[in-house]
Design a protein around this ligand. Structure first.
Ligand SMILES: [Zn+2]
Length: 297
């Protein structure tokens, strides 16, 4: 039987179904009028889903299951809803939600909440609806888990953010070239200088000698070679092995480098303000003036 619901056909694993049940991480909620919520969730099998949670505010029938960053068992289905005065999109209806994992430390610490909100926001901006991203789903779960863990010190949160961003770029097939100068191809261990210069448009960095000669594409602060060398060995492993020796202040130029690269090379990342970055001092969350156009359809 076709799962056609007022013009929207629900797909799950290529099959048409009446209902979708999936584990999902709540990325964002928006209040709609007085009673209802619009929920954006990143689900394990179906990717990003936007749904309408009727009467979610007044009845509290969903409890804490719709709090951003919470992982919940979600059930979507029934009629789809078109909120013509709000958006052109049709939304699925969210019928039930049961919290499966609450990252309870995040709400107690503004810095942890900041980096966790950034993880959710960048996933929201760089994914398409109803398309599964299994690697990215696992990465987001691990990232939130680490931001929440007592063992994670708040002075290492930017370092965790760097590793998260690099792995997100890998899942989008858009990671920067980080071991060699874009121009002269000398490696980090071969260049004589102590800093490299981000060149986000071209997708990597240039050594000081090449950066002085090149025009235009030089953005952001130079990144110390020592920070790159310390961080590099950790990115080939699980995100759990992010560098815990690097403090926030010293890691910030590397984070900015990866962020600028993301905004230039991943559709959706550069075309609006990244609001969660206001929690991270020294990082510019402003939109790009001419963001790259989405190439994915
Ligand atoms: Zn060079």
């Amino acid at each position: 039987m076709l799962g056609k619901t007022d013009g929207v056909i629900l797909h799950a694993g290529g099959k048409h179904v009446d209902r979708i049940e999936d584990l999902g991480i709540i990325l964002k909620t928006q209040r709609y009028h007085d009673r209802d919520l619009i929920v954006s969730a990143f689900t394990e099998k179906n990717g990003r889903i936007s749904a309408f949670a009727r009467n979610a505010i007044q009845s509290r029938r969903f409890g804490s299951a719709l709090d951003p960053t919470t992982a919940s068992e979600l059930s979507f289905g029934g009629r789809s809803i078109k909120l013509t005065d709000f958006t052109e999109d049709s939304l699925l209806s969210l019928e039930s939600a049961e919290p499966r994992k609450v990252f309870s430390q995040l709400s107690k610490d503004i810095e942890r909440l900041g980096i966790a909100s950034f993880f959710c926001e960048i996933v929201l901006k760089t994914t398409m609806k109803m398309r599964p991203y299994p690697d990215l789903f696992r990465l987001l779960g691990h990232g939130l888990d680490l931001a929440n863990e007592k063992e994670t010190h708040s002075r290492n949160l930017i370092s965790l953010g760097c590793t998260f961003l690099y792995k997100l770029l890998q899942t989008h097939g858009a990671q920067p070239k980080i071991t060699r100068c874009l121009r002269c191809e000398l490696s980090l261990t071969e260049i004589p200088q102590t800093f490299v210069h981000p060149q986000p448009v071209d997708g990597g960095w240039a050594c000081s000698a090449c950066s002085d000669r090149s025009t235009g594409d030089r953005r952001g602060d130079p990144v110390p070679v020592s920070i790159f060398m310390e961080w590099l060995p950790t990115i080939t492993e699980s995100i759990r092995n992010y560098s815990r020796n690097l403090g926030n202040t010293e890691t910030l130029p590397l984070f900015q480098f990866l962020l600028e690269h993301t905004r230039f090379h991943v559709p959706g990342a550069g075309d609006s303000v990244i609001q969660s970055l206001t929690f991270i001092p020294g990082v510019d969350g402003k939109p790009l003036i001419n963001p790259p156009q989405p190439s994915l359809t």
